[in-house]
Design a protein around this ligand. Sequence first.
Ligand code: PLP
Length: 394
Amino acid sequence: MNTNLFEKEKEYFIHTYKRIPVDISYGEGVYLYDKQGNRYLDLFSGLGVNALGYAHPGIVKAVSDQISKYAHLSNYFVTDIQVEFSEKLLKCSRMSKVFLSNSGTEAVEAAIKLIRKKYGPDKRIFSLTNAFHGRTYGALSLTANTKYRAPFLPLLPNIYQLEFNSLDDLKKNLGPDTAAVFVEFIQGEGGINLVSEEFIKELKILKEKYNFILVSDCVQSGIGRTGKAFAHDYYDISPDIILAAKAIGGGLPLGAMLVNDTLAEEFAPGDHGTTFGGNSVCCAAGNVVLTEVFEHGLVDEVKKNGAYFIDQLIVLRDMYPGHIKEVRGRGYMIGIDFKYECTNIVEKLRNRRIFANCTNNTVLRLLPPLILEKNDIDFFLYNLHEIIKETDKI
Ligand SMILES: Cc1ncc(COP(=O)(O)O)c(C=O)c1O
């Protein structure tokens, strides 16, 4: 390890991140290589971003071709690459119109602005307890974690949290003064929590009655990660707004707010904008991602392999009920909820050359590249089993 690099990091950077003490040289497929030549299986893919893994030849070619034409044109120009990307995105989401951003948070901000423009400041916006929607002032107003919020109060007014999966809370709080409800159909940062069918059924009844906007935040759970295009596709409900980011750029910064017919004309020129959003090089990478995931069948592989992965983890849970409380998830968005803090497990996996992440204290979160294959899953399962066996002996 290059200690000098980490010393410089301490000296130069504002310390908002806990850095991983591995000095990465390059990536290929589902693997990362450090500067000593060690190979790591990456089950976290840059926070759920690198859908096609590292150095995917299609992405490398598309990005190189595009950058040699032009890297960026302002949004005053219409570009074929943006149009092609948006067409694919609208097709897989079955939505009407799109606004392209650089990130998930910016897609969230666009949605908040659109909702406020439609309903004004007095109607109420809701998110759910344990939700994560980003950290800028608007997005943070929807994010539930008090640790993230407390130092930055006051946040936006008239935004509240509904108890996750509580039908009573839905009935008690939603009414004619509701503007919108933001839902992560699978909460990511909150610990891979699946919203229940009953909750969505009740939400649908109330939505039909009060006509509020339903926003599906699929920044983490979209673009095939769950084995369907978007996490809400597992439920009998149609959102009015879908938010996507992370995986859609295949490693380059790209986000999207997609809206249905009813909201298609809400924003007028000048209401919102961005310099880089929908950047040409990012869209070139995004086109390859959408083609691979939705036209070349990767989404079906994720569904099949994800089901195998989760089934095998449930077998492990049944073998070690003293260690694993629950296994949750769909496709390649998986949480293994331990009965104790899981930072130790993350460290032990890293020592065995596997990257994973711990969220909400006890949940080992797996967001692998969508190209992950069964032999990689088996390698991970073997190592996790060994770690649990070792821990069991202590
Ligand atoms: C559900 C959800 N929404 C929004 C965001 C924010 O996205 P970004 O970090 O791209 O700004 C995240 C990031 O983790 C997320 O998981």
